[in-house]
Design a protein around this ligand. Sequence first.
Ligand code: NAD
Length: 519
Amino acid sequence: MSAVAQITVSPERIAELTSLIRSSGDETRTTVSPLDGADVATIPVSTEQDVVDAFAAARVAQTHWARTPLRRRKKALLRLHDLILRHQDELLDLIQLESGKARAHAFDEVLHTALTGRYYGRTLGRILGPHRRGGVYPVLTSIRQYHQPKGVVGLITPWNYPLSMALVDGLAAVAAGNAVVHKPDSQSPLTALAIIELMHRAGFPPDLWQVVSGAGSVIGTAIIDRADYICFTGSTATGKKIAARCSERLIGCSLELGGKNPMIVLPGADVDRAVEGRISAAFSSAGQLCVSIERVYVHESLYERYRDALAARLERLSYGANADWEVEMGTLVSPSQLATVEKHVADALDHGATLVAGGHARPDIAPWFHEPTVLENVPESALCHAEETFGPLISLYPYRSVGEAVEQANRTSYGLNASIWGPVRRARRIAPRIQAGTVNINEGFAATFGSIGAPMGGMKESGTGRRQGAEGLLRFTESQSVGVQRLIPVAGPSFLSKRAFGRLLTVGLVLLRRFTPKA
Ligand code: NAD
């Protein structure tokens, strides 16, 4: 039995899913599975007119949806949580088929998405308000802050986490009362389409979430030119182009971009635990994960023990391109991903780096599979010293002092995620010194990534804005303050002169300053 035989999605089902793409032209594109290089689906390519139509339908749906009581929106989110868990087998098959990742890593996406539905389903009212705010005159002025939806959000997502990256942002957008026009990456549209069906069953209106497909430079641009807000996940290079285009229209955007994430292993760290943590931190989705660790700084007192334990553990790592839950690493997604990893390894070796483990492509496992690879003695001139590899490649560096480790960790244009292993109190004191949107202590990335109440996003060139938590929802809203004034106008009553009113206000302010309880 071939490895892929265990992952079955019938051609009829694939045709059913692709029919959900808004497309009117004849152009199509064939997608290929990284599991075995075989064709997966013929995907219709949308035209610019399809994008126009998608926005028109989404705007109508959004107008009704924004007036839907919050309790109905919450119910739909919680129902979606249940449906995702119930229908996880098909979602896992589709994710694996399109991305080639291990089944356990595909399950991370199911989990992340279900947790997002539950989080916003439970907290929506609390986050959206309305919230009372202090008025200019106590009692006489009352203020309520509302959060109005932006309208139609353009959602542009990558291939590496096709379910998770669409839903963790998209669900927050619809929860806030928006509609979505979504362009998944051309490699992975099926996963995104399967979720739309579940959303309809959960109670979200049919036209609220539109899917279009096609090249980013064409269809992505057509979305940016019509959206009220853009939510983008992808590379820093594309993120910069998107930010420029959004600024021309003066629309907001959140950008979740690349990373070159560091891990620091402190003196006193449990080496075996740190090595085990390293496996999931670096090789989830074969390292094709924005928060994946690619640089490890190990205190010199532990360095050799850590390096040897990591190499020994990688010898025992189980690879595969199939539906086995125990597989610890799947394949890279495409020939170009494999080419980048091979280029980074060869370039580092040319510049004097040494191989600790791995180092080779393994077409016997899957066409674009590359062994998990560890390098040491990587000089600054090597590409993989500072550039994101986005694959299963890590570099080890010994350090003498924590100050040196922090300085090295921060010596990058990125600032997405970081990880510290060792005594918790010490690690907590170091965390604020690291320039990264998330810092995980004794974990690679999953502690913050899986905690939906905690905002996640990048500093520096890793992006702007935050997903997850209240911030992840409020970015899709416009804040609106509504004030009510009672008895006298703010400028003072007509029976008092301006001067007398000024004096009265001065006394009032002095008293308020003295007697208002401290916040
Ligand atoms: P990419 O930037 O090439 O593509 C991402 C998406 O943008 C795709 O849907 C693509 O079609 C679209 N696109 C491309 N050019 C566009 C344009 N000019 N206008 C509008 N849309 C355009 O990224 P990729 O290579 O597919 O994804 C990998 C990158 O994504 C890595 O750098 C990774 O770190 C990053 N990433 C970041 C996060 C995060 O949360 N920070 C999560 C996942 C991936």
